[in-house]
Ligand binder design. Sequence first.
Ligand code: MN
Length: 422
Amino acid sequence: MPIRKSWIEAANNPEGNFPLNNLPYGIFLDENGTGHPCVAIGDQVLDIGLLEAEGVIAVADGPVFDVPFINRFMEKGPAAWAALRARLTSLLAEGGSDGLRGNVPLRQAALMPMATVRMGMPFVVAEYTDFYAGRNHARNVGTMLRGPENALPPNWLHIPIGYNGRASTVVVSGTGIHRPNGQLKGPADTVPRFGPCKQLDIELEMGAVVGTANTMGQPVSVAEADEMIFGYVILNDWSARDIQAWEYQPLGPFQAKVFASTISPWVVTGAALNPFRTATPEREKELLPYLHEPGPMLYDINLEVGLAPEGGAESIISRTNYDRMYYSSAQQLAHHASGGCRMRVGDLLGSGTISGPGVNERGTLLEITWAGKHPITLEDGQTRTFLEDGDTVTLRGQARGDGYRIGFGTCAGKILPAVRYP
Ligand code: MN
């Protein structure tokens, strides 16, 4: 599918992130800090709450955009999503409906330069589950922990392994992240101590945003799960490796993961990503029937990780692609509901760390530096094993189509010093 031309000139830039083909949903903050639903188009942000209030757009059984989150719209389901996408496309297309372009006062009030607006959390995160579904990541981490022969746990090729995280500390790009304090016990220590994490890390992931719920006790097929997913964000699942190493057995990560997870400000819809669908890799072990995918459910999305020290230039420390995953988000969602769990509107599913096979394609510092054994050198000559205070990590993602790109905006966070204990 080629680029759809818009009368907003910047949306037609083939290198831009927000052509008319994209139309991701977000929340912009006004001068009082109040959030309003919007879509991105070219270099502009379009206030869809205002368009709805003026009757230029409508969602059945609305209004849905008079609240500072998009959950109310998401819960209306795939038919409503498709209808609004068609209406917005028509309003913004070259030669389309004149309902916005021809209404100069409304146009001036509803469109704002993206560079001048601050973005808030796009949706209320109902619950957050994170997975461990990247083959290269699981092999790398397993090799470090258990040796290459036992790198993959025996269940890994059969189950998309996950754990329940915290929705309360999912934050939008640009939010500062305090280095967590926690219990630490190194291999040479006889007793644990409490203090700032020394092995602060990132996890490069995609996040699937669940748009419609299922009923408790009622599982969903992979095909149904795919339709329940409203869209995707880029996710940094910040991780405290030294806290994790001491606490994780037998129930998995806890304090090592709950202090923060950062998402990109725009939810890119399944509709926008549809041309970029790609299949999960060939199965090494046949999956149980409830996990079979009826079609391609991963996406070809280029990803990169930038690391900038305080006041310094950014270095790109990893480049990879979402198509590296072994399990798709639809499979993870179907698995999550398979025992009767109710999935809610606004649930966030972390894909699991995305690592490619190469050294420069890894999605954590743990893997890039091989648990700190091989420090990396940044553009300005500084070296890193794990993150230092003042470092800013920026994740970016782009699907590259025929003469256009689908971007997510940046997923960035700066490391602030640990909070002091008295
Ligand atoms: Mn993770």
